[in-house]
Design a protein around this ligand. Structure first.
Ligand SMILES: Cc1cc2nc3c(=O)[nH]c(=O)nc-3n(C[C@H](O)[C@H](O)[C@H](O)COP(=O)(O)O)c2cc1C
Length: 373
């Protein structure tokens, strides 16, 4: 029979083990979900697959990763959209989803250059889908060997790029110039940035208080490492505070959706801090709002983010005021007054820029999940 002392020591061990298990649960990070960011230096025989394993790391709205890839013949591929991955509330005309195809194509093109292939892109070979995208191809791609082609210097930045949603510090004078990119306007004008801060905070507040728009984000939230590894897309909430409050039942989809809850209030306060932290800004305007222009905007945005990653500058899109749903109409008009594109031109992307502590890579499905026979 165990002595009293043995029982007490045994109980202590269980408590220590229990505490350790709890600590592990709180401190764990997504692992499978970030595997696609690693191993990019391992060779892959087919240059198309090499390009696409880089391309799936592209920034894209709500991390929906809507890219479907069909390889054709020896040198081509066709991209179509997984129509279940659209965001009908906040992106009613699929404009941002198409921008996310532009970012994908730009990363594929940069990666192909590293293997000596030029990527020829035919956007919407069967016509531009309007007013929403459909199952027709978004682009036909052809990989053409070009011995004269030099690797794009932005290739190394693909695995380093992140969307960074933290509070930003100011950029040292002159540093913003590293981000100069055709099609991108950069600003450090304090008067303009003051107005932009107000606009960005008002727009994220408007989204949070528009239930269908907010619910679209809530439904895509992955709360904690287990959910993120199981569904490596959407909006990831991770870190010790999230794991702990999720374990305690405080952070749940229901509490995040409820404007009367503490989780909702703390979430909005956090967004006010970050969306109002704008040491510098960049935006992308296109001559029109054709689907081809949306692809071009995505390509420019991808290059901006890679330049920023290479220069150690953090980037965070502030898309809310550019979105086309009725509750946002006043703030949409304010964004157009503030950023003043020419008549007929279209604001496609708006992002804040600054210095910030590094963040972990966002979740991704593996390349195989995007390949179609
Ligand atoms: C068209 C577009 C709009 C975006 N808008 C926002 C936004 O308003 N707020 C935000 O936090 N992230 C925004 N993002 C960033 C995505 O959420 C991000 O790219 C995605 O979650 C994947 O994360 P990663 O960029 O770190 O790989 C946007 C990205 C794109 C391409």
């Amino acid at each position: 029979m165990a002595s009293r002392r043995q029982i007490i020591v045994g109980l202590g061990g269980v408590l220590v083990a229990g505490a350790a298990a709890g600590t592990w649960r709180v401190l764990r990070q997504p692992e499978a979900a970030i595997a696609p960011w690693t191993g990019l230096d391992q060779p892959v025989a087919d240059p198309r697959l090499d390009a696409f394993r880089h391309a799936i790391l592209a920034p894209n709205p709500h991390n929906r990763q809507p890219w479907l890839i069909r390889l054709e013949g020896q040198d081509s591929a066709v991209l179509t959209c997984d129509l279940t991955k659209r965001l009908p509330q906040t992106d009613p005309f699929d404009r941002q989803i198409i921008i996310g195809f532009g970012t994908f194509i730009e990363l594929a093109s940069i990666a192909a250059s590293g293997r000596g292939y030029r990527l020829l892109v035919e956007p919407f070979p069967d016509g531009e889908p309007q007013p929403r995208i459909d199952e027709r191809p978004v682009a036909g791609l052809r990989f053409v060997a070009d011995p004269a082609l030099r690797p794009d210097p932005l290739l190394a930045a693909i695995a380093e790029r992140r969307t960074n949603r933290q509070v930003y510090r100011a950029l040292p004078s002159g540093r913003l110039a590293a981000l100069a990119e055709p099609g991108v306007t950069l600003s450090e004008n304090p008067v303009m940035l003051g107005q932009l801060r107000e606009l960005a905070v008002a727009a994220i507040t408007c989204e949070m208080h528009t239930p269908p728009a907010h619910k679209e984000s809530i439904d895509l939230m992955r709360i904690g490492a287990t959910e993120i590894d199981a569904q490596p897309d959407g909006l990831a909430l991770s870190g010790p505070m999230i794991e702990a409050t999720a374990l305690l039942g405080i952070t749940t989809r229901a509490s995040l959706a409820d404007p009367a809850s503490t989780a909702f209030r703390l979430g909005l306060e956090d967004l006010e801090r970050t969306y109002g932290s704008i040491p510098a800004a960049g935006w992308i305007v296109t001559p029109d709002n054709s689907r081809a222009s949306q692809i071009a905007a995505g390509r420019s945005y991808a290059r901006l983010t890679l330049r920023a990653a290479a220069a150690g500058i953090a980037v965070h899109p502030l898309s809310q005021s550019l979105q086309e749903y009725p509750e946002m109409a006043d703030l949409y008009a304010r964004a157009y007054r503030l950023l003043a594109p020419e008549p007929g031109q279209r604001l496609q992307m708006l992002a804040r820029l600054g210095l910030a502590d590094p963040v972990r890579p966002a979740a991704r499905y593996p390349l195989e999940a995007h390949l179609r026979a």
